[in-house]
Every structure is written in C-alpha cells, then in structure tokens.
Design a protein around this ligand. Structure first.
Ligand code: NDP
Ligand SMILES: O=C(O)C1=N[C@H](C(=O)O)C[C@H](O)C1
Length: 238
C-alpha cells in the first residue's frame, strides 16, 4: 500500500517504522516545511493518508484531504469541534475518513470495559467517579482525546452525568478528568469509583507509542478499499 504521512513528528515517525515493517511504501511525508504538497495528495500515487499532526493543524489538513476525495486515517486530538463538518465533507466528496482518539487495541478494549462498568455503577450512587490521564510534557492538548472518549462512555451510560470538566472540582452532573503532564509518559488513563469504604479502579498504561502506530497502520490497511465515515467500532466489531 502506498501511504502519505501528513504530520511527521513522534507519531508520524513511529507509523513510518511500522508501515515499512508491514511491507508498505511511504510516498511522501508532509509537515510544515512542505505543506504545499498537501494540496496535491489527490493527484499523487498515495492510496491512503495517515494524519497525525497537531491540534491547530488537523482541521485544515482534513478539509484539504476530504476536498480531494482522499482516503484518510486521522489520530490528531484537540480539534473535534469541527468533526461533523469533516464528516459531511467526506460524504459530499465520496472520500473515506477514519478517526480514533486512540488507535491502541488495548485502549479500545478498555473503552468497552469503561462503558460496561459505567452502566453497572450508575445504580450505585455512593461511588464518586474519578478519571485521570498522564502524558508527556510535549503534549499540546488537555485533556487527552482518550480521556474525553472515556468521559463520553461514562455519560452515555449514566444519566446523572451530562458533561465533563478538566482539572476542576465536578458538580453532581459532571465527570471530572484530572490531567497531568510528566516526563516522557506515552499515555496512562485511569477510571476510579470511590466510596467511603472502598474503590474500584480500571487502568490502561501504554508502554510506548507502538500500539498507537500499529493500530493506525491496521486502520489504513482496512480503509484502503472503503468509503465513508468509519471508526474503530466498525473495524474491530468488539
Ligand atoms: N489517536 C491516537 O492513537 C494518538 C493520537 N496522538 C495525537 O496525534 C497528534 C500528534 O502527536 P505527536 O506525533 O506526538 O506530536 P508531535 O508534536 O511530535 O508531531 C506533530 C507533527 O505535526 C507537524 N505539523 C504541525 N503543523 C502541521 C501542519 N499544518 N501540517 C502537517 N504537519 C504539521 C509538526 O511539525 P513541526 O514540528 O514543524 O511543528 C510535527 O512534526 C497529537 O494530537 C496527539 O494527541 C498521539 C498518539 C496516539
Ligand atoms: O499526545 C499523545 O501522545 C497521545 N494522544 C492521544 C490522546 O490525546 O488521547 C492518545 C494517546 O494517549 C497519546
């Protein structure tokens, strides 16, 4: 498969390594230095674009890919206010758009576990919900996209919770996300239910970026013969 990487930082480089190991070809890597290439992806030999850039750049990158009808896998976080618009452009231009806040298979199992636990715990009001995420100090957005997906999983399964707040004391209808930035941590997420007498905790710890990169390449392999708006639930059918 011929791949263009849009965004060539820590994730772009990890994805390149996995893609080459799986026998794919990287036909271009685009970052700020050669951003003009972005407008020509549709005419290039790339069969799929993998976009991991930065929260302020993703919207323009994805608008361009969709307008060109390009099949695109994106993992960039912190831009999701525009997601519906990108999905609409995808359909209008007969493109393909695959998005996940986290491409790790383990995290996607953890998302399902979180939903099941949230449903179970919604009947046990003596437990307070506490979610947290820890990432490396270079991370630009807060809270992490993964923490937002976890909070949404809780809200969808507990009618008492209707929004999330970051690093502030939650009101009764809010899910608290506590975010911190430490050293080179690849990504740690935690959901706790705390009562006066005990606590229940589920936790996912990424040891490196390998799981994110593998998941993104597997998503690209899956997307290459598809069209429309797709995600991990469509691919993994967990
Ligand atoms: N969904 C998932 O599974 C995962 C998602 N992520 C997310 O992916 C994103 C990238 O993470 P990471 O690789 O660690 O970040 P980095 O900061 O290491 O890399 C970002 C790269 O994007 C480049 N860039 C900036 N603006 C543009 C632009 N307009 N077009 C193309 N490239 C651009 C940067 O270039 P320059 O250095 O010149 O600014 C840099 O090379 C983040 O939002 C992060 O949260 C990360 C891991 C997993
Ligand atoms: O920026 C990162 O590094 C990561 N970002 C994603 C997020 O915001 O959830 C996924 C992963 O945790 C690593």
């Amino acid at each position: 498969m011929k791949i263009t990487l849009l965004g060539y930082g820590k994730m772009g480089k990890a994805i390149e390594k996995v893609a080459l190991e799986r026998g794919h070809e990287i036909v271009n890597t685009i970052d700020l230095n050669n951003i003009a290439d972005r407008e020509k992806i549709g005419e290039s030999e790339a069969e799929v674009v993998i976009e991991f850039s930065s929260p302020h750049a993703a919207y323009e990158n994805l608008k361009s890919c969709m307008a060109q009808g390009v099949k695109t896998v994106s993992g960039t976080t912190g831009w999701l206010d525009h997601k519906e618009e990108i999905e609409k452009l995808c359909v209008e231009n007969d493109a393909a758009f695959f998005y996940a806040s986290n491409y790790s298979i383990g995290v996607n199992l953890f998302f399902k576990l979180n939903e099941v636990l949230a449903k179970m715990m919604s009947k046990h009001k003596q437990y307070e919900i506490f979610t947290s995420e820890i990432h490396h100090t270079e991370k630009l957005d807060s809270p992490s996209g993964t923490a937002i997906t976890l909070a949404e999983g809780i809200m969808n399964n507990n009618i008492q919770k209707s929004k999330w707040v970051n690093n502030e004391i939650p009101k009764e209808d809010e899910v608290a996300i506590w975010s911190s930035r430490e050293g080179k941590v690849p990504g740690t997420h935690n959901v706790k239910y705390i009562s006066e007498i005990d606590e229940i905790e589920i936790k996912h710890t990424a040891y490196s970026r390998l799981g994110f990169a593998q998941g993104a390449v597997i998503a690209a392999e899956w997307l290459v013969d598809k069209k429309g708006v797709l995600g991990m639930d469509d691919m993994l059918k967990l």
